[in-house]
Design a protein. Structure first.
Lengths: 169, 421
């Protein structure tokens, strides 16, 4: 898988899917439209500042709350290349994998990396490099079958290529 | 090594004799659920798949309930998409306005969820059906699409936390207080990726509606699912509502749990979650200042069932909501609505100055039917009090039981029903 590289937007614990994409915008399912409201209720300036390839770093329980897949869809459509967190809420974790948004759990990196740092993530090895600080962290590499899903840009393409998701690596 | 109740259900649906926590499995699904927000995304994803229709038209439930009756043109388009998909695929369990209710109250009532099932739903509160001894969990739209197409889903087998419930709850303590107490104790990520297994002598003291409320909010502790043993009360409920065959699974005596808690329900007090997380709990006795409120919502998949309306009506009977208070009561299904009418509960609500709405999730997620303005406060029987959840980012939500919500509507501030004159 191609490495991610970009500037970091940093958030704290329990970033819920209501602040990632507020329900008042869920009358749309268009990724581009959802992206224009991404993170609006937690960081009004996010969407005007984010550039293609940028990285979100947060601490515990990122993506908690509602199962809305619109949340990782909005983040991906906003151009974010990876989300690093101490832990992810489980439905968000599944959704991100299923739509092909790379996410990495790494408590050390999630705590140490600061807003504005330049960060690179190697998904094959799980190594996270903070280029600004000159530090590296070992994140959890995905199980093989999850790598296949992400590499296929999501579960739908993966199922289309395998005709089943019985191939659990 | 023995298996938990959840692990046994998953093993059986994966065709395996034994599973262990952390194992990746593929399980057969008994039901796949979606609503008007999540289904359009799933339908769009399914159209991209090389499949001919759904795996089983009887094992899919489509419930437009979030922004329904349609709140605006875009919502109407989403509902139209779901309706047309249901017609084209001859989905048996599509519920149009007039039949629909809030999904997690509606499906058990319709007999579509029974003990031993594996159920996924593109709604985080799908964990509700654990009250009947089913494994049910929330997923996203792509998982829903894959589930509708293949009848299968992949899971990582969860480890478990055991909650041993003892003692009898006191008069104004309900299932809502039990689950808020637990979330306050373990935190909003206290059960992350895990199953929450409720056991103990006190299960018999909890009505089915209490159990639905408790299982419903497992997700607010980060849980993958919440599950109750199947007792006589659960069996009676299933026999009354369903013609399906249920299967009872019991945890092995040597099942392994990551953690075990014993909670004496007789010591619990009415509990309120303060903004902006369900873990920010205080008992009613710990609140010393006056917290004035503008709105009360009594309803939702958490607390819109008949028991909830009965207790709210008991509090509001012969009383009136405070001046300037907006009190919104939402029976969760048409059947509950009708029962509440026949019992005279709706009359009580209206005479008390509350309004009664057709079933909808509307205000719970800030959709419509009770949006909060800047700085406003709401006591709500719903399940989330995140920033901006019910409206303006500076508005505040206090999560509570129907009894506390109704008493607060009368007093105009957060109030214990035990103290009403």
């Amino acid at each position: 898988m191609k490495a991610a590289k970009g500037t970091v937007f940093k958030y704290g614990d329990n970033v819920d899917t209501d602040v990632i994409i507020p329900a008042r915008y869920l009358n749309s399912s268009d990724p581009a439209e959802l992206a224009t409201h991404c993170m609006e209720d937690i960081d009004k300036n996010f969407i005007s500042k984010v550039k293609k390839g940028d990285i979100i770093v947060a601490t515990k329980n990122f993506g908690c709350g509602s199962s809305r897949e619109h949340a990782p869809i909005a983040i991906k459509a906003a151009g974010v290349s990876c989300v690093i967190a101490e832990t992810f809420a489980r439905i968000f974790y599944r959704n991100a994998i299923n739509i092909g948004l790379p996410i990495v759990e790494c408590p050390e990196a999630a705590c140490a990396i600061e807003a504005g740092d330049e960060v690179e993530v190697n998904f094959d090895t799980g190594v996270i490099t903070d280029v600004t600080k000159g530090t590296t962290y070992q994140g959890q590499a995905f199980p093989e079958f999850m790598q296949k899903i992400i590499a296929a840009e999501g579960l739908v393409n993966y199922i289309n290529t395998t005709q089943s998701h019985a191939d659990l690596g | 090594m023995g298996m938990t109740m959840t692990q046994k259900i998953l093993a059986a649906h994966a065709g395996l004799d034994h599973v262990e926590a952390g194992q990746l499995i593929e399980a057969d699904l008994d039901l796949v659920l979606g609503n008007d927000i999540t289904s359009p995304v799933a339908i769009h994803e399914m159209e991209k798949m090389k499949v001919n229709g759904v795996f089983d038209k009887d094992k899919i439930a489509l419930v437009p309930d979030h922004f329904v009756p349609n709140k605006d043109i875009k919502s109407a388009e989403h509902c139209k998409c779901v309706r047309e998909f249901a017609r084209k695929n001859e989905i048996t369990n599509y519920f149009e306005v007039g039949q629909m209710g809030i999904e997690h109250a509606l499906l058990p009532e319709q007999g579509l969820t029974v003990a031993g099932d594996v159920i996924i739903g593109a709604d985080s509160h799908t964990c509700t059906y654990g009250a009947l001894g089913a494994f049910s969990t929330g997923v996203g739209s792509t998982d829903m699409a894959a589930g509708m197409a293949t009848g299968k889903a992949w899971f990582k087998v969860p480890s478990a936390i055991k909650f041993n419930l003892t003692g009898k709850p006191s008069e104004w303590v309900s299932g809502k207080d039990v689950i808020l107490h637990i979330i306050g104790m373990i935190g909003v990520d206290g059960a992350l990726y895990k199953s929450m297994e409720f056991v103990g002598d006190s299960i018999k003291n909890l009505s089915m509606d209490d159990r639905f409320t408790i299982a419903n909010m497992a997700i607010e502790a980060g849980g993958k699912n919440g599950i109750f043993p199947v007792d006589e009360l659960a069996i009676a409920y299933m026999k009354e509502h369903s013609t399906r065959t249920y299967k009872v699974y019991e945890a092995d005596a040597d099942a392994v749990y990551d953690e075990e808690y014993t909670i004496d329900l007789s010591t619990l007090r009415p509990t309120i979650a303060f903004p902006h997380l369900p873990e920010n709990t205080k008992t009613i006795d710990e609140i010393t200042e006056d917290i004035k409120i503008d709105q009360v919502v009594i309803g939702s998949c958490t607390n819109g069932r008949l028991d909830d309306l009965r207790i709210a009506a008991k509090v509001l009977q012969g009383r009136h909501v405070a001046e300037g208070m907006r009190c919104i009561v939402i029976p969760a299904t048409q059947k509950i609505y009708l029962q509440a009418m026949e019992e005279g509960l709706l009359k009580t609500f209206i005479e008390a100055g509350a309004i009664v709405s057709t079933p909808t999730c509307g205000p719970c997620l800030g959709g419509y039917m009770g949006i909060l303005a800047e700085g406003e406060r709401c006591v709500s029987t719903t399940n989330r009090n995140f920033v901006g959840r019910m409206g303006h980012v500076s508005s505040e939500i206090y999560l509570a039981s129907p009894a506390v919500a109704a008493a607060s509507a009368v007093a105009g501030k957060i109030f214990c029903p035990c103290k009403l004159s």
